[in-house]
Design a binder for this molecule. Structure first.
Ligand SMILES: Nc1nc2c(c(=O)[nH]1)N[C@H]1C(S)=C(S)[C@@H](COP(=O)(O)O)O[C@H]1N2
Ligand SMILES: [Mo]
Length: 410
């Protein structure tokens, strides 16, 4: 596989100069040598400037981090162009040929290590298609006070696409998972920001129980087509309901371990929260931090778009999605009076476990003026989204505060 990257015009030029194969959305570019330096292929020329993406807000471009404005997440199933991007390193440049030659290694605490092509995965294991939600552990970080360092995600680091692939469990059973296997370690083909091939930008893992959960899948397709390059083409893990970092993109290796994984961003303060509540701003020793598992209950208002104008006393629909990590959402409420009173919304069950759920309500605003619509989800253990930040933690994870939109009644 080529070590090329496509993250910026600058690196792309370097790549053209280096003579490496340059592709656009998986296609070779026969006249690549004539493409003026600094000119992006028009196929990439979306609003966001990211290949295959449209309408996303870019938080950073090296590494690429981009979130989706909530109103662009209105569809029941998230389209590739609307799927947020969270990269810790540089996107690998993967051609169709690279994908055809892709290998996935399964090793570590197994009886028989496996070396599989995507064709092997397709032909030797049962195929499953599931709608699975992926949310970055840092979604909502922007609303933590005092501020936590890291990408300042607001609400849009979440997606729910239809993923097709095979159960990780089936592949691990084929390899013969040993009784000593208690944790996984995941590796991908992305490149460390330093360019050092010895370093990995991200290598996380999950307890063996999560790996064996039938909704944890090795996906080779999304929404019936190729996985977008920025979201892991041609192969990724999807470990739904847990921090997105557990869902390794550009997946090349899963190793079974007899202890917790210690890869990049598994240790220290990464993807960890204090074992006990701390006052905002507290420094917490590493030893007192625990690894995040399930994401908390949360919801989004995807229509109307914030800032909408409606007629006073005119009925309009408010709708969106809600999800709760390993749990189900059991109630959804909306408020038009800053949370003083709440009205129950209609809520649909998930199409499968770990799919986000859809909700809707008909509301009207009693007179002309400025209003906010607030939305609040409750999970099957009675946990509810808070109006402001929940427990502060040093890295600003798990902020599931309520989503609010502005609505002007005329
Ligand atoms: N190989 C690799 N996989 C990765 C990452 C990464 O940087 N490299 N980022 C992780 C993080 S932190 C998140 S939140 C999700 C985001 O998935 P998406 O970019 O497809 O939306 O991918 C995860 N998988
Ligand atoms: Mo993430």
């Amino acid at each position: 596989m080529s070590n090329a990257i496509l993250d910026s015009a600058l690196t792309r030029r370097a790549l053209l100069g280096g003579g490496a194969a340059f592709t656009v959305l998986g296609f070779p570019v026969p006249f690549a040598r004539f493409l003026p330096a600094g000119m992006q292929p028009v196929a990439f020329a979306q609003e966001s400037g990211l290949p295959g993406k449209s309408g996303l807000s870019i938080l950073s471009d090296r590494p690429v981090n981009a979130e989706t404005p909530p109103h662009l997440l209105d569809a029941a199933v998230t389209a590739g162009e609307r799927m947020f991007v969270r990269n810790n390193g540089l996107t690998p440049n993967v051609s169709a040929e690279d994908a055809a030659n892709w290998r996935l290694t399964i090793d570590g605490e197994v009886d028989t290590p496996l070396d599989l092509s995507i064709g092997d995965l397709r032909s030797e294991f049962e195929e499953v298609s599931l709608q699975l939600q992926i949310e970055c552990g840092g979604n909502g970080r922007k609303f933590m006070t005092p501020a936590a360092r890291g990408n300042q995600w607001t609400f849009g680091a979440v997606s729910c696409a239809n993923w097709t692939g095979v159960r990780l469990r089936d592949v691990l059973q084929r390899a013969g998972s040993k009784s000593t296997a208690i944790y996984t370690g995941h590796y991908g083909a992305d490149i460390h920001l330093s360019g050092d091939p010895e370093k990995s930008p991200l290598s996380r893992g999950v307890p063996i129980e999560k790996a064996m959960e039938p909704h944890t899948i090795i996906a080779y397709a999304m929404n019936g087509g190729e996985i977008p390059i920025l979201n892991g083409y041609p192969l990724r893990l999807v470990a739904p309901g847990w921090p997105g970092s557990c869902s390794q993109k550009w997946l090349t290796r899963i190793t079974l371990r007899d202890r917790e994984h210690d890869g990049e961003k598994m240790t220290g303060q990464s993807y960890r929260v204090p074992r006990y509540p701390v006052a905002p701003g507290t420094e917490v020793p590493d030893a007192d931090m625990e690894i995040i598992t399930s994401m908390p209950v949360k919801s989004l208002i995807t229509a109307p778009q914030t800032g909408a104008r409606v007629g006073a006393n005119e009925t309009f629909e408010v709708r969106g999605h809600a999800w709760a990590g390993d749990n189900d959402v059991t109630a959804m409420d909306v408020s038009i009076d800053f949370g003083a009173t709440w009205t129950r919304a209609e809520l649909s069950p998930p199409v499968n476990r770990f799919a986000w759920q859809h909700w809707r309500a008909d509301i009207s605003l009693p007179e002309a003026g400025y209003f906010e619509v607030w939305a609040r989800a409750t999970d099957d253990e009675g946990r509810m989204q808070p109006a402001t930040q929940p427990g502060w933690n040093p890295r600003g994870y798990l902020n599931n505060l309520q989503h609010r939109i502005a609505v002007f009644a005329l």
